[in-house]
Design a protein around this ligand. Structure first.
Ligand code: NJP
Length: 230
């Protein structure tokens, strides 16, 4: 495995935390990114105690371009090159168009779409230069399906999937891989108000699927992963 260092956004809870734990357990050095200082510090401490991959925490709001730029800069100062970037930070707020909750729509667009692009902008040129890297974009099953309550959230996740599809073509022959991940329901705070009868997946199920994608041989690019509860 060529991946030695990874940045995981939204690592202060849920799926991002599980991805960071899995990568560190596989001896990858991880930069944990989110806005909650205390949560990030305690996750970093907990992972570092296990003594596998070293982990550091950097605070950043991914919807702020300058904060993403400075986070990636700091990550490079500590770890040198960045081999993997996991665009996981995301929000699912009230998404119904007819209720007109413009502030919520703007937050979702800013974090779920612009946040993804800001991260890519910072890491891709170096990955192309080193002829190696892996981008993981966390979209959703809502990136290919829309319900009457998910319109705006789905729009942002369709956008993430579109970015993954286009980026894979842009990066063909560069050595940089792109994987779009579409989770179904996963047991995190994001689905607090969900009343589905299916038992949600564990966050570790998503982390394990991502590890499958990154542990393939150099010539294999797993472009799409959809993971749903049975
Ligand atoms: O949610 P949650 P998940 N800047 O709320 C961070 C997708 N997904 O793990 O900043 C930086 O536990 C926030 O950190 P903090 C979903 O769309 C999920 O379920 O400290 N970070 C926290 O660490 C999302 O893309 C399900 O508040 C920001 C993290 O994001 C991804 O999975 C299904 C931020 C959110 O953790 C992880 O969500 C599906 C910002 N501006 C897709 N704003 C599911 N759970 O069922 C938020 O299809 N964060």
């Amino acid at each position: 495995m060529k991946i030695k260092t990874a940045i995981v956004t939204g690592a202060s809870s849920g799926i991002g935390k599980a991805i960071a734990q899995k990568l560190a357990a596989e001896h990858i050095q991880v930069v944990l990114v989110a806005r909650s200082k205390d949560k990030l510090s305690s996750i970093a401490e907990e992972i570092n105690k296990q003594g596998n991959g070293k982990v550091i925490a950097i605070l950043a709001d991914v919807s702020k371009r300058d904060e993403v730029e400075s986070m990636v800069h700091k990550a490079r100062q500590v770890f040198g090159s960045i081999d993997m970037y996991v665009n996981n930070a995301g929000l699912m707020l009230n998404a119904v168009v007819t209720e007109g909750k413009v502030d919520e729509w703007e937050q979702m667009v800013d974090v779920n779409i612009k946040g993804v692009l800001y991260g890519l902008y910072q890491v891709i040129p170096e990955m192309i230069k080193q002829q190696y890297g892996h981008i993981i974009n966390i979209s959703s099953v809502s990136g290919s399906e829309v319900t009457k309550t998910s319109t705006v959230y789905s729009a942002t996740k369709f956008a993430v999937r579109a970015i993954s599809i286009g980026l894979e073509k842009e990066l063909a022959h560069t050595g940089v891989k792109v994987t779009n991940v579409s989770p179904g329901m996963v047991d995190t705070r994001l689905i607090e108000n969900n009343h589905s009868k299916r038992t949600p997946l564990d966050t570790a199920d998503i982390a394990n699927a991502i590890y499958y994608a990154i542990s393939q041989p150099d010539h294999v690019n797993v472009n799409e992963l959809t993971i749903r509860p049975v």
